[in-house]
Design a protein around this ligand. Sequence first.
Ligand code: D5M
Ligand code: FE
Ligand code: ZN
Length: 557
Amino acid sequence: MPLETPVRIVQELTARGYNAEQEAVTLIASADNPDRALSRVVESVDDTALRITAADVRSALAEPSAAADPDGIESEIPTQSDPSVSTGETGSISEETAEDQDSGVPQETKGSGGGRSTESSSTPEPDATPEPNTTAGSSTTPEPNTPVEPRARDPSLRSLEVSGDVTGQSTGTGEYGDFVKVFRDRYEKLSKQLRGRVNHRPANAIQSMSGGTDAAMIGLVNDVRSTKSGHWLVELEDTTGTFPCLVMKDRGFAELVDELLLDECIAVEGTLSDDAGIIFVDSMHFPDVPRTYTPNTADRHVQAALISDVHVGSQEFVADAWGRFADWLHTEEAEHVEYLLIAGDMVEGVGVYPNQDEELDIVDIYEQYETFSEHLKDVPGDMEILMIPGNHDAVRLAEPQPGFDENLRDIMSAHDARITGNPSFVTVEGVKVLMYHGVSLDEVIAELPAEKASYDDPHKAMYQLLKKRHVAPQFGGKTRLAPEEKDYLVMEEVPDVFHTGHVHKLGWGKYHDVLAVNSGCWQAQTDFQKSVNIDPDVGHAPILDLDTLEMTVRKFI
Ligand code: D5M
Ligand code: FE
Ligand code: ZN
């Protein structure tokens, strides 16, 4: 059986809206003709079935098919178990986005956090995991023999610590001086990460150096312009001044200029021009995640569901899918899912976008939170929940956003969820999860070439943020920044997992061993999204193994 067959079968089943037992997938995959076996199983199961069991497969393959299969009924049932025999057959790839994320991975990428590299590509990466780990569907009703709560969970084994949260710490007054402070702090923190790599001098020192000498500088990108002859002039700024740096178009690294965002921190090395007025750049460096980074893992088998963008109050909120998700969390299959991390946009809010009111189901913002709270109550009471706000939530829009105020906390108190700011650095049983809603992703996607960041591959836009070690580098664009004493948006520490939402697309992959996950949404396509061709990934729940950092996506739609 070719390695990709089970994966493809899961995809095909997912595309048809079915969840499947692992054994069921194996049985189909080991049939002489897996495609035919798959069709027979799908034909024979009840239309209302959500989950295909091994018993379903056995009974479907044991009966003559409706099409009176000339090869006889036995042919679909594996007669010998030699799953390692490959026929070299490759299957069609279904449209299910969850499995497609990492085809054409950039050089930095080590494929997906899970088995996607085998799922999506006809040339699997050498270290690809053969096992499918994207599982279709969920069951609204647990299997008859599946015991539901109480489950063996021991809250004393849990730990969840939050740092880097602006909640209660905000000092910004919005004065000009605050902006100076926040940018100084950004420069301080990010230049520290670059210092060991270049022998840099401050801008004012470079200004008095003589022509022709080697020079290196660390600065925030102040301006990027193309010259008449197609080269790039990048102006860097540090705490002492600015200096122009020229990147020649024919240099191998010139394409890195496409990735630059204003106000991000980089280092350049090069040679001063004869008149000492410009640095001819020979190399460019980003703060980045060290390639040698080894992520932390939990000491026991425990999982976290990473979700985002619930949008309760919108007419498009998918309450049924949410219900199936919450039901699934009560099943034995979900017994290890002890954490639920929500990356913002709990509710649809009011007045967030023009004409939004036409698509509101609940017009009162407090009522939206009350209803959200009701939906949260469907989640098992013994789960640990943490939530940060997004741009639809009733907190200040400028980032860093503080967590919900007392009033809203009271409304959502039933579950005793941890409520923190956007972004927050959350350490869950040793695993460092950077939670950020993701508004800057719109900006990264708008500014960068499509192969480096797009709505279809939101995780690649996240890679850029990891590379820049900042969740929202560019100031003055779509992302509103609040001036604070310090820059809460810098990634001082490397996260093990970077979790965002906002763009309503599901995508995940690894960047230098950091798992980047954009977790989709629980809101069907809005009129606006239709008008701009945003096709949201609705009703998925990425489930993260905290002990291995492997991920499985569950689909509830
Ligand atoms: O935004 C979900 C996604 O859709 C995100 O990529 C922004 C984009 N979006 C949605 N509505 C609008 C409007 N009206 N203008 C511009 N961009 C929009 P979310 O904020 O999570 O709903
Ligand atoms: Fe959203
Ligand atoms: Zn959003």
